[in-house]
Ligand binder design. Structure first.
Ligand code: ATP
Ligand code: MG
Length: 154
C-alpha cells in the first residue's frame, strides 16, 4: 500500500510530521528517499519539533550522524550520501543505537541490505513545482495516517 500526500508548503510537511509523531516508538527506522532538495531534512526538522527536541536540527551531511536527546524519544539523523561502502556503516555505530530511539536516514540506499527491521519509507518528490510524499511501509502506520484528517491525502 502506498499513500500520497501533497507537500506543497512547509506547513504540509509540518502537518505530516505531527500526524506521524505519536505513532513512533523506539527502534523505528524512517528511510527518506528523494533527490537533492526534495525535502528530506526539512521533514526531519519538522519531526524534531513535534518530538519536542529543543536543539536546531541541520543537515548531517558531513558528520553523517547527529543525535538529539531532548525530545520524547531520542532522534538519530543520518545522511548516507557520502557513504560508499556498507562497511562504513559499522564505523558510524548505527547498529548500536537503533534500538534506543527513532532513526531517520537520508540517502538510505546503501544501508538497505543491512537494516534488519521493517522500515517506514518516505519518498519525497519535487519536480520544480509540485511536491509530493509517497509513504510506503508498515500497514498499521499507513492505516492510521490515512485516517488522520490533519493533512491532505491525494
Ligand atoms: N514542503 C515544502 N514546501 C516548500 N518548500 C520546501 C518543502 N520541503 C522542503 N522545502 C525547501 O526545499 C529546500 C530543500 O529542502 P531539504 O534541505 O529538506 O532537502 P533534502 O531532501 O534534505 O536535500 P539533500 O538531499 O540535499 O539533503 C529547502 O529550502 C526547504 O525549505
Ligand atoms: Mg538533506
Amino acid at each position: 500500500m502506498t499513500l500520497t500526500f501533497d507537500l506543497s508548503s512547509l506547513q504540509d510537511t509540518a502537518d505530516f510530521a505531527r500526524a506521524l509523531q505519536p505513532l513512533l516508538k523506539r527502534g523505528d527506522i524512517i528511510c527518506l528517499y528523494g533527490d537533492l532538495g526534495s525535502g528530506k531534512t526539512t521533514f526531519v526538522q519538522a519531526l524534531g519539533q513535534v518530538l519536542g527536541i529543543e536543539e536546531d536540527i541541520d543537515s548531517p551531511s558531513f558528520v553523517m550522524l547527529k543525535e538529539y536527546h531532548s525530545g520524547r524519544l531520542p532522534l538519530y539523523h543520518l545522511d548516507l550520501y557520502r557513504i560508499k561502502e556498507p562497511s562504513e556503516l559499522m564505523d558510524l555505530g548505527l547498529f548500536d543505537i537503533i534500538e534506543s530511539g527513532v532513526t531517520a536516514i537520508e540517502w538510505p540506499q546503501i544501508a538497505e541490505q543491512l537494516l534488519p527491521y521493517q522500515t517506514l519509507c518516505l519518498h519525497f518528490e519535487f519536480d520544480g513545482q509540485k511536491r509530493e510524499l509517497k509513504v510506503k511501509g508498515e500497514p498499521n502506520y499507513l492505516v492510521i495516517l490515512k485516517d488522520n484528517k490533519q493533512h491532505k491525502e491525494i
